[in-house]
Design a protein around this ligand. Structure first.
Ligand code: AMP
Ligand code: ZN
Length: 115
């Protein structure tokens, strides 16, 4: 299934839940995290519903590569010049709360509230 009607991030993709969008194209959406850990904290997500990294296969290689290569560009556009952190949580022990693959990208001057 490409979208899950019960998934909060699929609802953000569909515009049913508002978000502070940073970037959008046919494959990806990036928006500000609602509870930021850092001065700049965005989430980069595929529009395709993939519940977690456990569900990723070779067919997703280009999509995940696109997420990784987009994020430095977005951080630069958001004024982050001194480094940032990438984070993907996977499953219960990985403390994944939202079951739709998302790349946290956090940066900006320290101290941060978390991380
Ligand atoms: P994770 O623990 O990796 O699943 O993180 C989920 C992230 O999604 C958390 O950092 C939340 O603050 C963030 N989040 C949850 N709901 C929303 C929302 N409606 N808009 C923006 N970020 C959200
Ligand atoms: Zn989803």
């Amino acid at each position: 299934m490409s979208q899950d009607p019960n998934c909060i991030f699929c609802k953000i993709v569909a515009g049913q839940i508002p978000s502070k969008k940073v970037y959008e194209d046919d494959d990806l959406l990036a928006f500000h995290d609602i509870h930021p850990w850092a001065p700049v904290h965005i989430l980069v997500i595929p529009k395709l519903h993939i519940a977690s990294m456990v569900d990723v296969g070779p067919e997703h290689q280009a999509l995940l590569g696109k997420m990784m290569t987009l994020s430095p560009r977005l951080m630069k556009e958001l004024g982050v010049t001194n480094g940032y952190r990438h984070l993907i949580n996977t499953g219960a022990d990985g403390r994944q709360e939202v079951p739709h693959v998302h790349l946290h990208v956090m940066g900006g001057p320290r101290p941060w509230s978390k991380g």
